[in-house]
Design a protein around this ligand. Structure first.
Ligand SMILES: Nc1ncnc2c1ncn2[C@@H]1O[C@H](COP(=O)(O)OP(=O)(O)OP(=O)(O)O)[C@@H](O)[C@H]1O
Length: 318
């Protein structure tokens, strides 16, 4: 039986008549890395805040780490909020130890772990630097370390990658994997698909206030057919090639692009081979998470626009 570190069901929140979150559920298996993805304003931050008991939902409930109310297990949670901020007068090591102390970690142990974390992440040269002298990205890394220095069982990071340069993004990916390997459960929000694709065991996609997808990254990618890029050898007659390929194949330069169902791959290869057009280049690949995300969000937007249009027509007719 799967053990879940986060069991949030039917979370809803209304801000002044606007449904920011509408019946969102999140089940995060213990020991997994889980991504909450969605466009700007979709409701990710509000969902995470309700999950952690930072704001109360209008409906639904959240249970963490074995069925506890979120506030009862505060000390076992590490949280990086969307709004960043540390005391500017503190040195990095102290800032991290201070955040740990707020969660019950011994001050000296916090200082020791702070230096160890920073060394491991290649940040040793700023251990004794004051926060006010640091770049925004560097301060964010310090806040991140501070949010996990007490070795929490559940780590929730709101847009942790935004504002970090590629080197720090990679350090953060390493940190997330390391925390998972230690046994922690990690839940993070992002709209950068590459991180989610590399890190997540499962994802939820939230768009227009509701959860629109839940599953593995591969499940999401499987929503779209394989994409083929085929370049014939020599300068074969374009209409003859088009007749060989599925309807809608597009020519760009020497190559032809088209989707193909999994079951149609071998017949396609047989047709190409028999045609005598030859193969100067051929790739058949599943589109990545980015494309699957755009596909899901566009479908939701299209359904929303269609609803709005039919409402307008009904109103005009009334
Ligand atoms: N305290 C609040 N008062 C009023 N509206 C709010 C409040 N917090 C969020 N909202 C609105 O609720 C919606 C969802 O916001 P939320 O911050 O949860 O989205 P998000 O998916 O995290 O977006 P982003 O990726 O841009 O951070 C937005 O339209 C936002 O303007």
């Amino acid at each position: 039986m799967t053990d879940y570190s986060v069991e949030a069901t039917g979370l809803s929140k209304d801000f002044g008549g606007f449904k920011a979150v509408d019946g969102v559920s999140l089940q995060v298996p213990s020991g997994s890395i889980y991504g909450v993805l969605g466009p700007n304003g979709a409701g990710k931050t509000t969902s995470l805040r309700m999950t952690l008991g930072i704001i109360d939902p209008d409906a639904g409930q959240s249970r963490l780490l074995g069925g506890h109310a979120p506030r009862a297990v505060r000390h076992r949670i590490g949280y990086l909020p969307e709004e960043r901020g540390l005391y500017p007068g503190m040195k990095a090591r102290e800032a991290i130890a201070f955040m740990g102390a707020l969660r019950g970690l011994d001050w000296r142990e916090g200082r020791r772990r702070a230096a160890a974390f920073m060394g491991e992440l290649g940040l040793e040269r700023v251990v004794d630097e004051k926060i006010r002298k640091m770049s925004k990205g560097m301060a964010q890394m310090i806040q991140l370390i501070g949010s996990i220095v007490h070795a929490p069982d559940l780590i929730v990071l709101d847009e942790p990658f935004s504002g970090l340069d590629p080197v720090n993004q990679e350090r953060l990916e390493m940190l997330v994997r390391r925390e998972r390997d230690r046994g922690a459960t990690i839940l993070f929000s992002t709209h950068v698909m590459a991180h989610a694709e590399r890190l997540c065991d499962r994802i939820a996609i939230i768009a227009r206030s509701q959860r629109r997808f839940e599953g593995s990254v591969d499940d999401a990618r499987a929503l779209l057919p394989m994409q083929v890029r085929y370049t014939p050898r020599g300068d074969a007659d374009a209409p003859a090639i088009a007749a060989l390929l599925p309807a809608g194949a597009e020519r760009r330069g020497d190559a032809w692009y088209f989707p193909v169902d999994d079951t149609a791959i071998e017949p396609l290869l047989a047709r190409i081979t028999a045609s005598g057009f030859g193969v100067a280049g051929l790739s058949i690949a599943r589109p990545g998470l980015h494309d699957a995300f755009v596909h899901i969000v566009r479908q939701v937007d299209a359904a929303f626009d269609a609803d709005a249009t039919s409402d307008a027509v009904e109103e005009a007719a009334a």
